[in-house]
Design a protein around this ligand. Structure first.
Ligand code: NAD
Length: 462
């Protein structure tokens, strides 16, 4: 057995021993760890700003909004609710069992594996970790190798703040992930692509390990006609949601836009105006826009645009800064529906606009594709909203805004169909990392004799 395998096995054995010792079940321990995450974030805020800027080109304001602030908010919420979450919930029993009591007791699952993605390297590792700790588990965290500085930050700093016998970070790429997947876990929480999600799920099946899969896909946005004042707000939210978080490299980012043909040109003009205001229009000097994570993804996005079938559909942008891995916010009008850009998840700053004769056709369009992680609709038409909710399926729906459903602790976050399954955030995270044990207790006081043999027809009628 290779030296690293020995190291990994020893680490997992230590985590198993810690779980057996009962340390992580104590609510005080859980609260201490949660407070330690707050200290970690607070004391290293400037370092995190630097890492996220150098690794992904995120401005500190963006890093605070999408990573540091999100984690702080999640810890605060967990700390304020944990006593309530861990308390048993009463379960009503049939009168037939009187006198008896029933309750639902949450218990930790044991040793859990969290595999993260690179686009929000702090949020997508620490947010699930908050749930796993709140529920009283021991944890291995495997951050993405595509944000190596943030991964090393977690590997080096977490042991200084959190209990190293209960929480370990293991760095590495797919090889390390595959090694980890060989082991038996009590839960695997995976954030990443649908393709790798399938690998994770088949590895988990060998041990009957439950999985939560936070995957991706193509998230549509429907843009209905709006009065002028609302339109102005909607355009800002749309531009901010498409290009703001990590330059479109976001699982719930808008992938494509559906609009009625007659509004398309005025919509595009307004989009251009706001894009220029938010980011500028010189590709060598764009501001407030994250970079593409690496050359492979940069080339993947360039290939989507250089597809001869779509090249003449570009109505805005389309320039590349190879040195800084920046792609200008780019809009395409009516690319062919069989082009790769309309079939692969874009995960970058390219926005195809598809025109329809009537906006209500967007429901059929969306239903012709796999169920998305998020669906956005800008509309004031209440009947249309009802139709969208009743006739489409997606992980979440947001009307008249984008992305902000991610930061609402009281809303479950997760996919459906190809975009994944399971959910987290707030109490949903706690539940994801807990088993709800049914507990029934009877008294010896009263015995209903007809439940016992010998059987006779009178007992059937009873
Ligand atoms: P990815 O699937 O390539 O990688 C995710 C994780 O899996 C990484 O930690 C990586 O090391 C590991 N991995 C990669 N190949 C593996 C393999 N063969 N076997 C085992 N593990 C492997 O995804 P990514 O590039 O990090 O992220 C992009 C995708 O993730 C997009 O599809 C996006 O929509 C999705 N995503 C979803 C969410 C969500 O919350 N639902 C959040 C971010 C990203």
């Amino acid at each position: 057995m290779a030296e690293e395998d020995h190291g990994m096995r020893r680490s997992l054995e230590e985590l198993r021993q810690t779980f057996k010792s009962g340390t992580t079940r104590s609510v005080d321990w859980r609260k201490q760890q949660l407070r330690a995450i707050l200290r970690l974030i607070h004391e290293n805020e400037h370092l995190l700003f630097q890492l996220l800027e150098s690794e992904l080109g995120k401005h500190p304001v963006e890093s605070y909004r999408d990573e540091i602030g999100v984690v702080k908010k999640s810890v605060d919420h967990a700390l304020s609710c944990i006593d309530q979450w861990i308390s048993p919930k009463k379960g009503r029993l049939p009168l037939l069992f009187f006198p008896a009591s029933g309750k639902v007791l949450p218990e930790p699952l044991g040793l859990v594996l969290i595999i993260g993605s690179w686009n929000f390297p702090i949020t997508l590792t620490l947010d699930p970790l908050i749930g796993a700790i709140s529920a009283g588990n021991t944890v291995v965290l495997k951050p993405s190798e595509l944000a190596p500085k943030c991964a090393s930050f977690l590997a080096n700093k977490l042991p200084l703040y959190l209990d190293p016998k209960a929480i370990k970070v293991i760095e590495g790429g797919s090889e390390v992930a595959n090694q980890l997947l060989e082991y038996k876990w009590d839960k695997i929480f995976f954030t990443g692509s649908t393709k790798v999600g399938k690998i994770v799920m088949s590895a988990a099946a060998k041990h009957l390990t439950p999985v939560t899969l936070e995957l991706g896909g193509k998230c549509p946005a429907i843009f209905d006609s709006l009065p002028n004042a609302d339109m102005k707000v909607a355009i800002k939210r749309l531009v901010g949601g498409k290009w703001g978080p990590c330059s479109g490299q976001a699982c719930i980012g808008i992938d494509y836009l559906l609009v009625e043909q007659k509004f398309a040109s005025s919509l595009i003009e307004q989009l251009k105006k706001i894009i220029k205001r938010f980011y500028g229009d010189d590709v060598r000097n764009l501001k407030n826009l994250a970079k593409i994570v690496n050359k492979t993804h940069f080339d993947r996005l360039r290939n989507l645009l250089e597809d001869p079938a779509v090249a003449n559909c570009i109505v805005y942008g389309g320039s590349f800064d190879d040195t800084n891995l920046i792609i200008e916010p780019t809009i395409l009008l009516d690319p062919p529906l069989d082009a790769e850009i309309m079939n692969e998840e874009i995960f970058g700053p390219l926005l195809p606009i598809i025109t329809l004769d009537n906006i209500e056709e967007s429901i059929e369009f969306i239903n012709s594709k796999p169920k998305p992680l998020a669906l956005y609709a800008f509309t004031k038409n209440e009947k249309f909203k009802k139709r969208i909710l009743a006739e489409t399926s997606s992980g979440s729906v947001a009307f008249n805004d984008t992305m902000i459903q991610f930061v609402c602790d009281e809303l479950p976050f997760g996919g459906v169909g190809q975009s994944g399954f399971g959910r987290y955030h707030g109490k949903y995270s706690f539940d994801t990392f807990s088993h709800e044990k049914a507990v029934l207790e009877r008294s010896f006081y009263f015995e209903l004799e007809p439940r016992h043999p010998p059987w006779n027809n009178f007992k059937l009628e009873f």
